[in-house]
Design a protein around this ligand. Structure first.
Ligand SMILES: Nc1ncnc2c1ncn2[C@@H]1O[C@H](COP(=O)(O)OP(=O)(O)O)[C@@H](O)[C@H]1O
Ligand SMILES: [Mg+2]
Length: 388
């Protein structure tokens, strides 16, 4: 144990854990990070990823829509989910050789099963009390509800963090998180103009569902299957006709809208039934790329570079289409790069954001950006489940 660590459970500890499991339902990403309160150099000390077993993934998928006995099913799925969260925490502590008592808090997103801010609620299923019990660390959870209570979308929450780590004095940038759903953070040069951001629409969610149906695989590694097909202009136009894309920000979306039945309804049209599964996958990839590019061209035309995080950053075909569409639309080259080039691996960014949001809670600092979520004002986000 290094001598300069804070004493156990010190209110001055700067060690935080962030846990993120998103709409892809693939598993939980975790980071253990040192986040000095003065905002000086943050450091990632350990990372871990725990995939979900098929039965948990199926249970969470089934909870995306209402069904019989869903209260009990939700509670049981939350308890099972937390076992994997706790395993992720244990791996982080083991890898870093830091005891639980030195961690100030765990920030945990939970698993979104409904997102209906227009009805005044968003539900990230979770059992933070059980997580506190299993890992003996203060847990901060339910980050989105307070923003919704203040009239906001409760999403996206990561733009403030993206600004803190990817913002640049001289260059206007956009950070894109391509998880199940995709969201952008618009980061103007310097700090004069406000950061903004919104959900652009589907990220990997439709591509994942399509390859699962046709090849039994959970995702299209590197986009290789999509790249073997050819995007179909007519299907692409039909998909892009969805009303969500014309809505002005602030806006957020999820599996409530973009699910396989939504895709099936589009594919049922006579104009599209002849398409091969690979051509549909290519079109879905172009759809994700095109809706992201369109959002950037419309709302951040000055951007000098685009940095991509989330699992979609590992889809080479998607990134190529994004760069091509963006550059063609702008009439100039706009580089599309992985956040790895700025020092944070794409699959660690969102988990680190929840470690950062936990710190914001502990310091009683706001975590939302009203310009992004549409909330009435800045709010401290999350609820505390103490270790003891
Ligand atoms: N090597 C890869 N090639 C293509 N896609 C990938 C790769 N690795 C991960 N992905 C995609 O990223 C998704 C997971 O991304 P993630 O950022 O964890 O999303 P979420 O936050 O929704 O869980 C996977 O479901 C898959 O679609
Ligand atoms: Mg994930």
């Amino acid at each position: 144990m290094s001598a300069d660590l804070d004493p156990p459970r010190s209110a001055s500890s700067s060690l935080y854990i962030g846990l993120m499991s998103g709409t892809s339902l693939d598993g939980v990403d975790g980071v253990l990070a040192s986040l000095p309160a003065d905002g000086s150099a943050m450091a990632t000390l350990a990372t871990a990823y725990v995939p979900f077993p098929d039965d948990l993934r199926a249970a969470l998928m089934a909870l995306q829509a209402s069904g019989e006995n869903e209260l009990q099913r939700e509670a049981m799925a939350a308890n099972q989910l937390v076992v994997y969260y706790a395993q992720c925490v244990a791996e982080l502590l083991e890898k870093s050789a830091i005891p639980a008592a030195y961690i100030r808090a765990v920030g945990v997103h939970g698993q979104t099963i409904r997102h209906r801010p227009e009805l005044g609620y968003t539900r990230q299923t979770n059992n933070p009390s059980l997580l506190a019990e299993l890992c003996g660390i203060d847990v901060i959870a339910d980050f989105r509800s307070r923003d919704v209570a203040a009239g906001g979308q409760g999403a996206p929450l990561v733009p403030a963090f993206h600004q803190a780590v990817f913002g640049n004095e001289e260059q206007a940038r956009v950070a894109v998180n391509i998880g199940g759903i995709s969201n952008i953070s618009i980061l103007p040069a310097g700090t004069q103009e406000a950061t903004s951001g919104f959900d652009t629409g589907p990220g990997n969610v439709l591509m994942d569902a399509w390859i699962a149906r046709h090849q039994g695989r959970s995702y299209d590694a590197d986009g290789a299957w999509g790249a073997s097909g050819k995007p179909d202009a007519a299907l692409l136009a039909a998909l892009r006709n969805e009303a969500y894309f014309a809505l002005p920000p602030p806006k957020s979306t999820g599996r409530d809208l973009f699910h396989i039945e939504w895709l099936d309804a589009q594919l049922a049209a006579p104009a599209h039934v002849h398409l091969s599964p690979a051509d549909v996958q290519a079109t879905l990839t172009a759809f994700t790329a095109g809706t992201i590019a369109d959002a950037i061209l419309r709302h951040a035309p000055q951007t000098g570079a685009v940095y991509v995080c989330g699992g979609g950053a590992y889809n080479a075909y998607l990134l190529r289409l994004l760069e091509e569409t963006l550059s063609a639309g702008a009439g100039r080259a706009i580089p599309v790069l992985s956040t790895e080039t700025l020092g944070i691996a794409p699959n660690h960014v969102e988990a680190l954001a929840f470690a950062w949001l936990a710190q914001r809670f502990c310091l009683r600092l706001p975590g939302n950006l009203p310009a992004v979520t549409g909330a009435r004002g800045l709010r401290v986000l999350g609820g505390l489940y103490p270790a003891q």
